[in-house]
Design a binder for this molecule. Sequence first.
Ligand code: SF4
Length: 920
Amino acid sequence: MAIQESLSAHRSCTTCPYCGVGCGVSVNKEERANTTAIAVSGDSQHPSNFGKLCVKGSALGETLGEHGRLLHPRLRGKDCDWDTALSYMADAFKQTIRDHGPDSVAFYLSGQLLTEDYYVANKLMKGFIGSANIDTNSRLCMASAVVGYKRAFGADAVPCSYEDLEQAELIVLIGSNAAWTHPILFQRMQAGTAKLIVIDPRGSATSEMADLHLAIKPGTDAALFNGLLRFLSRHYYLDTDYIKNHTQGFADTLAAAQDWSPELTAATCGISIEKLLEFFQAFAATEKTISFYSMGINQSSSGTDKNNVIINCHLATGRVGKIGAGPFSITGQPNAMGGREVGGLANTLAAHMEFNEQDIDRVSRFWNSDQIATKPGMKAVDMFRAVESGKIKAIWIMATNPAVSMPEADRVKAALQKCPLVIVSDCIANTDTARCADLLLPATGWGEKNGTVTNAERRISRQRGFLSPAGEARHDWQALCGLAQHLGYGDQFNYSHPADIFREHAQLSGFENHGSRAFDISALANINRSDYDALAPVQWPVNQEHPAGCKRLFTSGQFFTPDKRARFIPIAPQPPKQQISSDYPIWLNTGRMRDQWHTMTRTGRVRKLLDHSELPEIQINPKDAACFQVNDGELVRLNSASSKMVGRAALNGGQKRGEIFAPIHWSETFSQDSKPSALADSSIDPYSGQPEFKQVPVNVSPLAAEYFATMICAEETADRIWNWLQRANDSSILHWYRVPLENGFRYEIAANQLIHGRELTSRIMDEQPQLFWQELVTPKSQRWIAYDDSLKLLIFSGKDWHQLPSRQHLENYLATPLPESPGQLLHPIKPGVKMICTCLQVSRPQIEEAIAQGINTVEALGETLGCGTSCGSCKPEVASIIRTVNASEDTSMESTPVKQGPAKTGRNIQRNMVQEFIPQ
Ligand code: SF4
């Protein structure tokens, strides 16, 4: 067992709470007079990141503090004490179970929970309540990867380590924009010498850095890898000894791929045969090949098959369990892997055990329970359908925001609103899901939580608390134990420290294991508290065979199937469940932005993280934009068969024609109609239950806004505006979004008719503040300024949003006195600029200007402007700007954003937008 040096009084090492990379974070805490100063930096000793942090991790210190926190239990809108909350919850659960059986209740968890929280939740629901209705938002992220590994290897076990990324000679990124979503891993890839091939319909910061980009048609990955398998076979690149000695099912799998000639594959994927063969030859010729994939593969109605079609090519070439080689599924969330370990998914039991007779018996003996669930529970989509139908009558949601993130999110929200009992545990008070709750429970947040997480390379790291819980917040495992005690299971949930839970979790992993289950941390089964506190990051398995952990799995070619052989899975490529049509003629792809995390409940608290993008930008190819009569920067509405969303069009020549992209982060807390998940229907993978978010047919139309207003206000006024916007039945307001500032908010409102600023105020404010007005009329637009003495409100309004003053400049007036003359507020009038380097506040225009002066490399721009020299997350974007500027100087208009589309006359959308999936 590896033990870390004891920690100094003011420094602690913990783990970043955002993505599955699992970077180590070093925290320096200094007590001053009445304040605590927290400084966050990368932990140089942590083997996942060696001291680096991306822009989100670097800003962690700025997310701390009680502002916006849920500080007390709240029952139907009123604060209460914990005992009242737990008694209420226990009585309601007991009665519901008595009247309707254990399957009438559910827990919906999160990859943000620590393993100890997850373990207790799973034990309580499956072991004692007797239902397996416990699922997690990881279902939306990597459930297909789990099933893919289990089908191929007999276990949900990632074979690779991050260091393989540095040792590889070829890295194939499939459906991953790692430069933004897993930035530290992308930097590790770049630190090596591997050739990078990106397979992604979309041009991204990652594809910009690639040696080869295959912009395949959405959803055609399985065809591509079937074509690769056929190519490997026809050109004698198979590892026949490996296939013979370590696998099963090759003949059938190859037969299923036989029709996928290079010609058919290239045509199906919509790429040139030259590019296709370049990829095939590179894969065939490079022993040390990593296939690196994430949501672009998993979030599909055939995501499990897509996982296996990739794994098939690795098994066929014997590239599993070898240095610098393997199929590497990357998790999105910090502890998606920990959830998989404990059984946080409805269809697994616990510690990599299943709902079979032997495992049920084994776990029930270990937990000393005769009430254990005997069948899988409902997966996420089915679970919320059951909430809607009334089958589930009580649900406890922890650390996640399904009213934003689930497919058909509006429907999920409506289901929660009518559910008899919704309990939400969160550290943040005001989320879309929290607003549906009957009972709110304050949870500890990052910096207060104490436990373990497991990252994408199976590495267990400690997340250590260095702050006291805010208000009355409790750890989730404490709240769960509280419920268990009120339900009468106190003896089995008598933990007093997360180390007690971790020890039991480790004991279960080794219980009657005898090498039959991949997840085994039995060497930690007797860990005491001080060793737990000092536990250094370690990759499982951690057992008798691997007491210091294990970098790479399956090195001996032995797998966790009954005959120890891996399984090939024959794959027949499937098109997306929904298809584009004349009503919905373009594909919507969704994903993450560089500077935001999930539904922005934490990253949305940091002003500078919104400098990169402050509302959803809809990336669209200029030619498609012309078809839809959309101009750059204009608000646009997306419609699908399920719902609608609004964002700002960002014309981008790198965006593939026939497909648009929207970010997933915005919610109704920040913006009206800005949830792309609401547009997705409930199409799911039949094996994993994972929803299809990546291919949603939509229509695009300009939002006919005639009037825009910017309002900057202090907190109290901001709440009023938000409340008014929620209840307003004002058909003239087309859209709004808001940007959190240090001491208030900035609102941006679009309306379909001209509204005088004074009238807008009277609509919003119950009591009229003493406002001062100035009207300015220019040839292009009419603009108003309104403000009050104490700056509760500062309004600018006009006909053209380009004509409104610099927002960043105006935001300063929350902290500094207003100028003598209101007219001066309009200076300098310039549109808001996109911040490329968030850390050092270097904007796109600054970078473009420097390039124009001949500073033409990422390094030289870093030396001159500082961009990219802190966390480095912006380097791919800086490189992209260099290429764009250089290309535009070469008069290549294809990659240059188009500023103006055709006149908005008629709605003659070209029908040739419809692209058919080419059948095999
Ligand atoms: Fe956190 Fe960034 Fe590291 Fe992910 S890559 S764990 S978000 S610091």
